[in-house]
Design a protein around this ligand. Structure first.
Ligand code: FE2
Length: 226
């Protein structure tokens, strides 16, 4: 199975002034494209050649894991951006307020997590099987799927995501990124998880994912425990 670079649902210029055309074209057209190309090279003629992206993430280690996870993480990141003002669903908003106090307190905690992450990585909002929300930092290519949680939103805090626009100003980048946050995407992911239909977010995030391994794993776990 040949993995392909996700087509962005907006133009490279569309996220200005919060994210420049130059940043977007390098980030998507060079960095993200590089992970896709490298993954295809690494899995050729291997046991991973016909696996979906999520299955590769769950089964592999080393360079194959790193490149597969980076493809997924970037797909997820791009879907979470939109250059128009959006708001969280009432259901998500209620959960955030219940756990973090307010949307503003959540924003502060999320941005702080992004600023304080050491080195390269990602900051996520994820939800666990008990429906508890988590702000989590992951290093390098790691993501919540690895630890059995479902990702709802993410910010890329690798330097390549912000250096052209903000140099070493990661906090400034995170504040600008927040302006682009697509709450529709986050709310949809949350709703799908609540209904245990979380295969949608993966399917929609990667055109190559034909079967939701994550969902089938969950169903299997439930069958075993019931
Ligand atoms: Fe990136």
């Amino acid at each position: 199975m040949e993995h392909t670079l996700m087509t962005l649902p907006y133009s490279y210029k569309a996220l200005e002034p919060y994210m420049s055309e130059e940043t977007l074209s390098f980030h998507h057209g060079k960095h993200h494209a590089g992970y896709v190309a490298k993954l295809n090279t690494l899995i050729k003629d291997s046991e991973y050649a016909e696996m979906s992206l999520v299955k590769i993430i769950k089964k592999s280690t080393g360079p194959i894991f790193n490149n597969a996870a980076q493809v997924f993480n970037h797909d997820f990141f791009w879907h979470g951006l939109l250059n128009e003002e959006t708001t969280p669903s009432v259901e998500l908003s209620d959960s955030i307020e219940q756990q973090f106090g307010s949307i503003d307190a959540f924003k502060t905690a999320f941005i702080d997590a992004g600023v304080s992450l050491f080195g390269s990585g990602w900051v996520w909002l994820s939800v666990d099987q008990e429906k508890v929300l988590h702000i989590e930092q992951t290093s390098n290519a790691d993501n919540p799927i690895v630890s059995g949680r479902v990702p709802l939103m993410v910010c890329d805090v690798w330097e390549h995501a912000y250096y052209l626009d903000h140099r070493n100003g990661r906090a400034e980048y995170l504040i600008n990124w927040w302006q682009l946050l697509n709450w529709h995407f986050v709310s949809d992911n949350f709703a799908e998880q609540k209904e245990k239909r979380n295969h949608y977010y993966i399917h929609e995030c990667n055109e190559n994912t034909e079967v939701c391994d994550y969902m089938s794993d969950l169903e299997e776990a439930e069958r075993v425990s019931s």
